[in-house]
Design a protein around this ligand. Sequence first.
Ligand code: NAI
Ligand code: MG
Length: 357
Amino acid sequence: SEARTYTITAIPADGVGQEVVDAGRTVLDALARESRGAFSFSWQELDWGSEYYAKHGRMMPEDGPDLVKDSEAIYFGAVGWPSVPDHVSLWGLRLRLCQGFDQWANIRPVTFLPGVESPLRRADSSDLDWVVVRENSEGEYAGFGGRNFAGRPGQGEVATQSAVFTEVGCERIIRFAFDLARTRRRKISSVTKSNAQQYGMVLWDDVFQRVARDYPDVETESVLVDAMSAKFILHPEDLDVVVASNLNADILSDLGSALAGSLGLASSANLNPERRFPSMFEPVHGSAPDIAGRGLCNPIGALGSAALMLDHLGLAAEGENLQQAIAETCRRGILTHDVGGTAMTREVTSAVIDHLQ
Ligand code: NAI
Ligand code: MG
């Protein structure tokens, strides 16, 4: 039968983003080879990022999203380099794609891998795993606000930065999280700071309570974000699906991946659940300028993101195969330096390929 070809856009961008996307492509192409002609990947690689900015004065071409919109998924590295202000690089590339393609659900699993030591006391890889569902289209990252009065004598500049919460935006991410909980352990924790932020986050809480009535089989709790950060450490066994606004979920997912052993382990999917636009898969970490270019960064966050992409493309068995190969590689102690090992990026990558079924 005809081989199915998936068109994927790779945007490695900056720093270790280039190294981990290279690792992910190597693993995905190995999976395709082992499918014996069942499927393959056709890659479109784009050189957008901070080097592109140095040449062209922007992070991607004006019509960048048009060049990407027909691919079936985007495989993204990390954006940001000391040569470009962080808000320019983030808004000019990553947030422009997330918002332009209405990738409103950001899924960030926290997986405790065998062979990786967690800083949590009593952590046991067999019974800890949860997923952070991040609202990815509005909230604190809506970009509302401005800077005024620069140079006004005697008073100085004023900046406002407003968070935006819409009923539609809250409802779709909360429903998404409830549906996900039904495929897992049927427990959902909603995180806000509605005691202090009395408009947007109280709307979120109201929507959460209303939607919860449609899911009587799912256990619910509402937790303030500061208490939740303590709970991540003290009672991680209580967590299954954690749904939170853009900023709070961003912070909590870094905390979760550090508890699992390293930021280099954490994977993420930016989904457009309606599939009108391509979804984007990327490690949670940034460009890691402190270790970039030395071949020693951890590729597992990017490889786990590749597994999430396989799932999204309808290749669920291949995604599971890749997750198992990642776990087996860690179990055997083939680990990069950030999780206490001595292996290079390329050695972890080939070990994962060797452990594919
Ligand atoms: P970072 O995630 O790049 O690095 C934080 C720490 O984690 C560093 O010590 C780094 O060495 C380590 N680390 C990160 N990835 C690793 C990996 N794969 N293997 C081993 N160790 C790893 O965050 P940082 O330093 O705050 O930001 C650096 C740049 O990345 C900034 O320009 C920032 O704006 C950008 N950034 C981009 C993101 C994205 O594209 N999604 C997310 C976070 C930051
Ligand atoms: Mg982050």
